[in-house]
Every structure is written in C-alpha cells, then in structure tokens.
Design a protein around this ligand. Structure first.
Ligand code: FMN
Length: 149
C-alpha cells in the first residue's frame, strides 16, 4: 500500500513519531514522510492512505508547521472526496481544556472538505508514561489492515 505520512509540529515530537512510523512500515509498504508546512492540499490525493501526526499548541491551536497547510485548505477549499486519512494527536493533559485540540481541528477541517477519517483519533499524553510509538503502531496497524481488506 502507498502510505503518505505527514506531520504538524512545533518542537519536533510529531516529526520524530512520523519518522518512527515510516521505519516500522517500510518493509511492507511504500511510505513517504513530509512536513505539512511543505505540503499542498493536493498532496493528500496521492497515496492510498494518509497518516497525519499533529500536536497542539498555545490554547489548543495548531502547531506552527501545520498552520500554512490549514490556511491553504481554508482559502483554496479543495474537494477532498476520496481522500482517506488516519490522524494521531500529540498533546499534554496538563492543558485539560484544550487537550488534543490541534489534531481535532485539523481532522474536522479535512472532513469538512469531504475526506474520510479512518479509525479513532488517539491523543498521546506527554504527561503520561507511554511512548508515542507504542501507542501509535497498534492503532495504525489495525487501520491499515481494515483499509487493505
Ligand atoms: C507552550 C505549549 C502549549 C501547549 N498547548 C497544548 C494544548 O493546548 N493542548 C495540548 O493537548 N497540548 C499542548 N501542548 C503539549 C504539546 O502538544 C506536546 O508537548 C507535544 O508532544 C508537542 O509535539 P511537537 O514537538 O510535535 O509540537 C503544549 C505545549 C507547550 C510547550
């Protein structure tokens, strides 16, 4: 399967997780990794499945590297019908009122343009003990299996 992995980050955690996911998948799938900051909305229309890793910043805002992408989607209003994506959030439960809001806002925007969200949207808690990849890989393998069927 062609799997495009995108990350939206402020301080690099989402990029590290995106690279880890690509490493885990590369034996069985063709993968690419890209910063949302360098991606046009049409980049979502290439692969069979898009995996997006996105953190949250400043009162539940999008991280800096996701902002230009979101602004392009909002201004260009692309039709994303047929696009499939799975999104994984990075957050911190210390920010209780805006926990995981960055990934939530991005997911809602893509769905509003017609894209299909696969699976649930987990949020890794930076205040917890679990490693992001330990949480992301079982979640993603289940989605890939279902998407491949
Ligand atoms: C100044 C600041 C603001 C943050 N705001 C939020 C927030 O509103 N909601 C949330 O869930 N996490 C928030 N976080 C936690 C980050 O999303 C979390 O640390 C994440 O792992 C960062 O990933 P990144 O390095 O890819 O940006 C914040 C972190 C900092 C330092």
């Amino acid at each position: 399967m062609n799997i495009a992995i995108f990350f939206g980050t402020e301080t690099g955690n989402a990029e590290m997780l995106a690279e880890d996911i690509a490493t885990e998948l590369e034996d069985q799938h063709e993968t690419t990794v890209a910063n949302l900051a360098d991606s046009a909305p049409e980049a979502l229309q290439v692969a069979d499945l898009n995996v997006i890793v996105c953190s949250s910043y400043d009162d539940g805002d999008l991280p800096a590297s996701a902002k230009p992408f979101v602004e392009r989607v909002q201004s260009e209003m692309p039709d994303l019908t047929g696009v499939r994506f799975a999104i994984f959030g990075l957050g911190d439960s210390e920010y209780a009122e805006t926990y995981g809001f960055g990934s939530m806002k991005l997911a809602e925007l893509l769905v509003s343009r017609g894209a299909q969200a696969l699976g649930e949207r987990p949020v890794h808690d930076a205040a917890g003990d679990e490693l992001p990849e330990d949480m992301a890989m079982p979640w993603l393998l289940e989605i890939i299996e279902a998407a491949d069927a």
